[in-house]
Design a protein around this ligand. Structure first.
Ligand SMILES: Cc1cc2nc3c(=O)[nH]c(=O)nc-3n(C[C@H](O)[C@H](O)[C@H](O)COP(=O)(O)OP(=O)(O)OC[C@H]3O[C@@H](n4cnc5c(N)ncnc54)[C@H](O)[C@@H]3O)c2cc1C
Length: 463
């Protein structure tokens, strides 16, 4: 692309972009290295919406693919520049523009980091619940673009439930503002929620208006060690059926107890197959009462040990360990493949049984953790070696896990999005007609196909 550097310098200034190979290397992939597909020609870091719009218009006029990128913490290859071109990194668009106490809303730039935003909101006594476990790095733009969730989705929903309005740059460079700061809105098509979850394929999101809620006054954390994975799954579905709604309900394998034991005293018994990590919120009495009732129910159902952690400092340790488990697993194996199939909560026990037999039949090491309270399961295949035979069995396992989830009324992704990772499976969930309709929507937004090409559906359905 001759003249690209000169043009970008004119659009965003000499410090607003790079074409240096050593800079571009890190933009080839997201948190999952093996999805690297294309080499970007440039990375651009606009300082404001006006600069971002100029870059998008330039890409459009010159037919250059443009891939939006937040922190690159995605797990489905969504921000990889599959067709090369420009990666637009939102790092410099990180201002929290407004926290409106009277309206319980906030307005942020897309590159603002989730944890920093949550701290700013909580300092004023408010609460922004969506909590992907990458919150120390991931951006609100990335969260909106993937409809990210986390442990709190069981009670509070996912990012999509908090987006009231967006500022976005269309592929032609026009800036639109969808929705509003009102909690109700009934005029026209809901473009806000069409862009939410669109994985950078329709427009570049530059700002979001988000709904806040009052912060619950207290929480109480509980952990139950279960002899079998099936029992843990049964406790989850019976808890939900009984009308108890924890603010977080995570299913973990017993292997994680060794990590908890580095921080928790006295140590938890490293026995059985699974454990449940839960949080209840409300007034201090209400949170404690719910946790005690849940602990009694777990013991009645055969849990080996149940712990309560009503003190915030102790609870914070449990949740800190929870958020570090995935990076720890990734660092210990040559490759880790994580699914995020979601099933109706009353089907979790059947899903767990099927996943365990798929792992056994294909002789694969597969962990099964998840935001079980909302049915979002993360079967995680861990590979000590990579060779064609292992890769073949892993692919078979993924296909069978996804089909198992779909056969139980589930969906192929609860929060990570489709990206490259699940493109080949999308048709299994949506069917050709829905994909054809989505393709027409894509064409209406992006007639020249510059926005994040190669994502969501496989190339054969792209035509
Ligand atoms: C340790 C770890 C734990 C995780 N836990 C969770 C979890 O609990 N829940 C969960 O949902 N996810 C989780 N994730 C996945 C990931 O962090 C989320 O998907 C997150 O929302 C991605 O944000 P990001 O800023 O890194 O986006 P990126 O990875 O940079 O991009 C993700 C997608 O969004 C698009 N995009 C990014 N910014 C914009 C924008 N401004 N406009 C348009 N499109 C854009 C990209 O093109 C890409 O398709 C985890 C990841 C890791 C590494």
């Amino acid at each position: 692309m001759r003249g690209l550097a000169k043009d970008l310098s004119r659009l965003v200034g000499p410090d607003g972009f790079s074409t240096a190979p050593e800079d571009l290397l890190v933009y080839r992939h997201d948190a999952i290295g093996y999805f690297a597909q294309g080499d970007p020609a440039a990375v651009v870091l606009p300082a404001d919406t006006a600069q971002a719009a100029r870059v998008v218009a330039y890409a459009s006029q010159n037919g250059i693919p443009l891939t939006p990128r937040g922190a690159g913490s995605g797990l489905s290859g969504g921000c990889t520049p599959a067709r090369g071109g420009i990666v637009l990194d939102t790092k410099r668009l990180k201002r929290i523009l407004e926290i409106n106490q009277g309206n319980l809303t906030a307005r942020v730039e897309a590159g603002a980091v989730l944890a920093a935003f949550q701290q700013a909101v909580e300092a004023q006594g408010f609460f922004y619940p969506p909590d992907p476990q990458s919150k120390s790095v991931c951006t609100l733009g990335g969260n909106v673009a993937t409809r990210a969730g986390g442990p709190r989705a069981v009670k509070y929903g996912t990012t999509g439930n908090y987006v009231l309005g967006l500022e976005a740059v269309l592929p032609g460079g026009e800036v639109i503002r969808t929705g509003s700061a009102c909690v109700k809105h009934s005029a026209g098509y809901d473009l806000t929620h069409l862009l939410t979850g669109s994985e950078g394929t329709l427009a570049l999101i530059t700002q979001a208006t988000l709904r806040l809620i009052p912060k619950p006054p207290a929480t109480c954390t509980a952990l139950a060690v279960c002899p079998t994975m099936k029992m843990a799954a049964r406790i989850v579905s019976e808890t939900i059926a009984g009308g108890v709604v924890p603010s977080m309900l995570e299913l973990l394998t017993t292997a994680s107890l060794a990590v908890f034991n580095r921080f928790v005293s006295p140590p938890l018994p490293e026995e059985g197959e699974a454990c449940l990590l839960m949080e209840f919120d409300g007034t201090a009495q209400e949170a404690l009462r719910q946790a005690q009732e849940m602990a009694a129910a777990c013991r009645d159902m055969g849990a080996i040990d149940v712990r309560l952690a009503p003190r915030p400092e102790e609870a914070a340790l449990y949740w800190m360990v929870r958020s570090r488990l995935y990076p720890l697993v990734v660092s210990r194996f040559k490759r880790v493949v994580t699914e995020d199939v979601t099933v109706p909560r009353d089907r979790i026990p059947e899903f767990v049984t099927q996943v365990m037999s798929i792992a056994a039949e294909l002789d694969l090491a597969m962990g099964l953790t998840g935001h079980a309270g909302d049915g979002n399961m993360h079967p995680t295949i861990r590979m000590d070696e990579i060779n064609p035979d292992v890769e073949k069995r892993v692919h078979q396992a993924l296909e069978r896990v996804i089909k198992a989830g779909l056969s139980l009324g589930g969906v192929i992704s609860g929060e990570h999005g489709v990206g490259l990772h699940k493109a080949e499976f999308l048709e299994l969930e949506l069917g050709r007609e829905q994909i054809a309709l989505m393709r027409r929507i894509k064409k209406a937004f992006d007639p020249t196909g510059i926005m994040n090409p190669g994502k969501i559906w496989p190339p054969e359905l792209e035509a």
